[in-house]
Ligand binder design. Structure first.
Ligand code: HEM
Ligand code: HEM
Length: 247
């Protein structure tokens, strides 16, 4: 059967970078103490997941057909039919996301967004038990969603024998019905996507101050240490310094 291009380059780059930084954040958090220096990389990996998510949201409106959020199949009735059919190994094939993978993608995006918000609220020793528990719960939900996602990929592979796992590398799927593939895989947008992510990681690393344990994000100092010093804008800091001068 004919294989046609489905996922453009920005979505494929997003997929592997998103997977890599989520796993990195998770593994670091589960294997290191939160007051060790290595834990800083947990937060940097998490902040990079956040940056990737912002780019993916923009691409969800500006990307090619199957990258757009409008192509996700989010009808609950459609999901029920798909899951019932999947149990009997007769689920229909889709060129873009099927109903189950559409839900999995949205759940992963929402868990990741929740982790970024609760994570930032915990920086500098702030947060409290509720935020900490929410962060941990979201991370567990995200990892369960990833395991279910991998199960879905394996199941599809077994049923259709069409090397679906290759899709997120070469962007291609076997054509189904009248659905057309995409005309361009948007290589320039892909390169820009990669460069912006590279730049973001560079900013996190070069603007991190080891002494104060803060990273300067365009005027906002985020405290990645574990002391009680809170994150605050440099404007507030300058004002404090001025006050000190007047004293
Ligand atoms: C931590 C690991 C992973 C995470 C967080 C993850 C996350 C995601 C997300 C969010 C999507 C939706 C893509 C989008 O529209 O932006 C997706 C799709 C996909 N992923 Fe993964 N993924 C992971 C690992 C893998 C692995 C190891 C494979 C291959 C063996 C894989 C194969 C796929 C495929 C084939 C799709 C497209 C599914 C479809 O056409 O509906 N993923 N993944
Ligand atoms: C994909 C993103 C993320 C994942 C998967 C993740 C996962 C985790 C996990 C598994 C823990 C350990 C929970 C436990 O077992 O006690 C943790 C703790 C923590 N995370 Fe994240 N996290 C993410 C993003 C972030 C971000 C963006 C920040 C901050 C900028 C952050 C800050 C923290 C902090 C400060 C703790 C320590 C909480 C404590 O004192 O117990 N995380 N995270």
């Amino acid at each position: 059967m004919k294989r046609v291009a489905v996922y453009d380059l920005p979505v494929r780059l997003f997929h592997w970078l998103f997977a890599f930084f989520i796993l990195a954040a998770f593994i670091i958090a589960k294997t290191t103490d939160d007051d060790s220096q290595i834990f800083i990389y947990h937060m940097m990996a998490g902040l990079t997941v956040g940056f990737l998510l912002v780019l993916r949201i923009i691409w969800g409106f500006a990307g090619t057909r199957y990258s757009r959020f409008s192509s996700l199949r989010l009808s609950p009735a459609g999901l029920m039919v798909y899951l019932k059919d999947a149990v009997f190994m007769k689920a229909k094939r889709y060129l873009g996301h099927n109903p189950a993978s559409s839900y999995a993608a949205v759940i992963m995006f929402l868990c990741a967004a929740g982790l970024i918000v609760t994570g930032i609220l915990m920086t500098g020793g702030r947060g409290g038990d509720f935020i900490e528990d929410a962060h941990e719960l979201l991370s567990t939900m995200l990892i369960i969603a990833v395991i279910v996602h991998l199960g879905g990929v394996a199941l599809h592979q077994m049923k259709h024998r069409d090397a679906i796992w290759l899709t997120m590398f070469n962007g291609k799927k076997e054509q189904t019905g009248d659905n057309q593939g995409i005309r361009s895989t948007r290589p320039f947008a892909g390169i820009l996507f990669f460069l912006l992510t590279f730049l973001w990681i560079g900013i996190l690393i070069t603007r991190f101050n080891r002494n104060s344990q803060t990273v300067d994000l365009f005027g906002y100092e985020l405290n990645l240490g574990d002391d009680e010093q809170t994150s605050r804008s440099t404007y507030e800091k300058d004002r404090d310094d001025e006050d000190d001068d007047h004293d």
